[in-house]
Design a protein around this ligand. Structure first.
Ligand code: KG4
Ligand code: ZN
Length: 353
């Protein structure tokens, strides 16, 4: 079965073709990053208009790349939500119109399910059950994944998402939008001891997280630095702040990942979403072992875990993960979609009961 996937939830137009027998045949992406950069953030109206411009050429590009015709497509999957209303409508209208003209089913996909399943696009795939750490610009969540469509929310950020905290902190430091990736590059040049930022909710006995206080701590530090340097942030100081901020976020994510593994007994961790591209997070989770709680004085041996990251190109928004999630839904005989979008849509709504 050949599934065309359409992603248009925010500032990336992604189109891909996934074949249930042959795997991913083509995927193409257009990022609007440069267009939004001069406004310092995503301008929803511009995003919607650009999706409309890109969808047809990207689809044609995928068909050419895979050497298939429109008529070969068996179903069209699209991101139904969550995301920007207008941007979602552009993808939804296109997907529905195309599916209608081809007389093929249309499959609405939850954007986060796309991210969650994206590690299954890698050559080495995780086995169920696993803990998924979803860390994107809009979400920071721990999910227990027992199979396709079988997800339990274990904990999430009570305020800013991790990616959002990266982007807002980058903005505070005067880095161009979207600053998350840039901030993490500069963190490589920073000293580990120059600044210390709080690790919010690190010891809360649950899997909830909070990142907005951390951002405020950075703001206070930046204001002090600017006062001391005639309104400027010296380059090395900026790098040091990047380092301290990233260390704090990664410490929280790693500690919570440890707790999620310990609580569930799962020994496989899958990281998905844009922040999954972060080198420090990859490094720290790659070293993570689970330390079971001992009863007596003897400390049980630490247990190794399997950690999976989607290939870099599937970490951030893309059409491949939507085509793949759509194909999985199609195989599980999910009913045909309706012509609507869901800008706010908790992932737990799609859980099989
Ligand atoms: O999953 P994604 O592409 O889009 C959403 O669904 O939100 O994630 C984008 C987020 C942005 O906040 C971006 O700053 C962050 O992922 N991001 C990073 C890195 N690369 C992208 N954050 C930290 N380190 C990175 N290397
Ligand atoms: Zn995303």
């Amino acid at each position: 079965m050949l599934v065309l996937g359409i992603e248009s939830s925010c500032d990336e137009t992604g189109v891909a073709l996934y074949d249930t027998e042959r795997g991913l045949l083509a995927h193409q992406l257009h990022t609007q990053m440069a267009m939004h950069a001069e406004y310092g953030g995503v301008v929803p109206e511009l995003a919607s208009r650009d999706h409309i411009r890109r969808l047809v050429p990207l689809t044609r590009g995928c068909l050419e790349e895979a050497n298939v015709q429109y008529a070969d497509i068996d179903a069209v999957a699209f991101t139904q939500g969550p995301g920007l209303g207008g941007a979602l409508l552009a993808g939804s209208s296109y997907a529905n119109a195309l599916a209608f003209s081809l007389n093929k089913p249309v499959i609405p996909v939850h954007h986060l399910e796309g991210h969650l399943l994206s590690p299954l696009l890698a050559e080495q795939q995780p086995e169920f059950p696993f803990i998924a750490l979803l860390v994107s610009g809009g979400h920071s969540q721990f999910m227990a994944v027992r199979g396709i469509g079988d997800y339990t929310l274990l904990g999430e950020s009570v305020d800013d998402a991790a990616g959002e905290a990266f982007d807002k902190t980058a903005k505070l430091l005067g880095l161009p939008y979207p600053g998350g990736a840039k901030l993490s590059q500069l963190a490589k040049l920073g000293s580990p001891d120059a600044f210390q930022f709080p690790r919010p909710m690190l010891h809360s006995d649950d899997l909830q997280m909070s990142f907005s206080g951390l951002k405020t701590a950075v703001l206070t530090a930046v204001q002090k630095v600017r006062e001391e340097h005639n309104g400027e942030i010296p380059e090395q100081t900026r790098n040091d702040i990047c380092r301290a901020f990233q260390d704090a976020v990664v410490d929280v994510l790693v500690a919570k990942a440890h707790k999620a593994l310990l609580d569930t007994g799962f020994r496989t961790l899958v990281v998905a979403g844009g922040v999954g591209a972060n080198w420090k997070l990859r490094e720290a989770l790659g070293r993570l072992k689970v330390q079971p709680k001992g009863k007596g004085r003897l400390k049980p041996a630490a247990e190794t875990i399997d950690v999976y990251f989607p290939p870099m190109e599937y970490c951030t928004d893309n059409g491949a993960m939507i085509a793949f999630a759509g194909a999985m839904r199609l195989q599980n005989q999910q009913e045909a979609g309706k012509f609507n979008v869901k800008p706010r849509w908790p992932l737990t709504d799609i859980v099989r009961r």
